[in-house]
Design a protein around this ligand. Structure first.
Ligand code: HEM
Length: 402
């Protein structure tokens, strides 16, 4: 038992180290084999096995803790940037979550998402032009695409969209860093974004269109209040932009590192799009961690967890669990074993999963078709975060367009 906890301690030190953040998968492999749930520096129990992660995310005995900003920002409710997360779907438990989720699911339907395909294809086409020659794939493509797509979804006019890139980035920076400077910038960005979205909500209430904002304001008498509409719209930007950016960035790196798989996809770009995007999401998941708290005592695997214990649900490790996926460290774009935890599970399962998949299924085939000689042009720079896994900079060279 003592050796187990010594092993756990050194593994966790490796996990939070620079090298561990660059490539956590060797550490995950060893954590998955541990018989105990190791405890991270913040006191939380780390859950890695697929069955345990899935059960924890679905358990009614597991919910959210009231410390959105972590111990460093006890007055998080005073900060608009953090309050928006804490009072949004992502930070709420039933029954408040249940009501909001039901109303929003009625407006943000798979049908509405499917109708966006031509708009997504249009933005992909425009952005691909900017990749010609040498470019930073993140700045030129993977970052602007999701922001433009959420703008289209909500009905933000094209001309108003450019500032949203900076606002979304400044705001969500607080998820990693909560220094006073970052917090002040994030608060200003969140306030500006909400002010814009509030005006847009008023405009659509007066003159409805076909967009999601019009559907959100038209949810009826027991529907969403104005402030709830604004929080929901802002959350879509926060939850849907960087995650999708990392699907594109991590996915491209995985593909370029597996030439056999890349060749396979190039041979049938559209036919393979669905399983291939799901496999890229499993293989190197943009969201690596979901944080929770035990609301009541419960059993996770063999471990008894007391009420109030913090939990770190490690989606990235679960998606490489050999007990769930055959040869989990092999990228196989034709893998028939779907059902990874890349979009979470249970009541907080990603609301934007159909949209995220659509973005990947349109973007990768278009990219492969247009640039048959696409390659990396340097090592790039990883984003420093345990929760979100992706690149801040990813230089690529496209060769000449076909
Ligand atoms: C929730 C992943 C794209 C909107 C989640 C969760 C995960 C996730 C893991 C659950 C978090 C938890 O349980 O704590 C992803 C990935 C994406 C993606 C990997 C891209 C590849 C999007 C997009 C949107 C979106 C495009 C919307 C435009 C949401 C919302 C929630 C959520 C609103 C909260 C749902 C709730 O709490 O009920 N996402 N997401 N996501 N996602 Fe996504």
């Amino acid at each position: 038992m003592l050796t187990d906890s010594v092993a756990a301690e050194s593994l966790l030190a490796a996990f939070v180290s620079r090298a561990g953040r660059d490539d956590p998968y060797p550490v995950y492999r060893e954590l998955l084999a541990l018989p105990v749930l190791p405890r991270l520096g913040d006191g939380s129990l780390m859950i890695t096995r697929f069955a345990d992660c899935s059960a924890a995310l679905r358990s009614p005995d597991v919910g959210h803790s009231d410390d959105v900003g972590g111990a460093r920002v006890p007055d998080w409710r005073e900060h608009p940037a953090l309050r928006l997360f804490g009072t949004s779907l992502l930070g709420l438990d039933p029954p408040v979550h249940t009501r909001l989720r039901r109303i929003v699911s009625g407006a943000f339907t798979p049908r509405r998402t499917a109708a966006l395909r031509p708009a997504v294809a249009g933005v992909v086409g425009e952005l691909l032009e900017t990749l010609d020659g040498e470019a930073d794939f993140i700045a030129a493509f993977a970052f602007p695409l999701p922001i433009a797509v959420i703008g289209e979804l909500l009905g933000v006019p094209r001309a108003d969209q450019p500032p949203f890139q900076k606002l979304a980035r400044d705001w969500t920076h607080v998820l990693d860093v909560t220094t006073p400077r970052v917090l002040a910038k994030a608060d200003a960005a969140a306030t500006e974004m909400c002010s814009y979205l509030g005006d847009l909500a008023d405009e659509r209430r007066a003159r409805p269109r076909e967009d999601l904002m019009s559907a959100l304001v038209a949810t009826g008498a027991d529907g969403l209040r104005r402030d709830e509409v604004v929080t929901m719209a802002a959350l879509l930007f926060a939850a849907g932009f960087e995650t999708a950016t990392h699907l594109l960035g991590n996915g491209l790196v995985s593909l370029l590192g597996h030439p056999d798989q890349l060749r396979r996809w190039r041979s049938a770009p559209d036919e393979l799009a669905e399983p291939a995007v799901d496999e890229l999401l499993r293989f190197d998941s943009p969201v690596q961690i979901a944080r929770r708290k035990a609301l009541r005592p419960l059993l996770i695997g063999e471990t008894e967890v007391a009420a109030g214990e913090k939990l770190t649900v490690c989606i990235g490790a679960a998606n490489r669990d050999p007990a769930r996926f055959t040869e989990p460290d092999r990228l196989d774009l034709t893998r028939a074993q779907g059902g990874s935890l890349a979009f979470g599970a249970g009541i907080h399962y990603c609301l934007g999963a159909p949209l995220a998949r659509l973005e990947g299924q349109v973007a990768f085939p278009a990219l492969l078709r247009r640039y048959p000689r696409l390659g990396r042009a340097g090592s790039g720079m990883r984003r420093i975060s345990l929760t979100l896994r992706g690149y801040q900079r990813l230089p690529v060279t496209t060769g000449s367009p076909s």
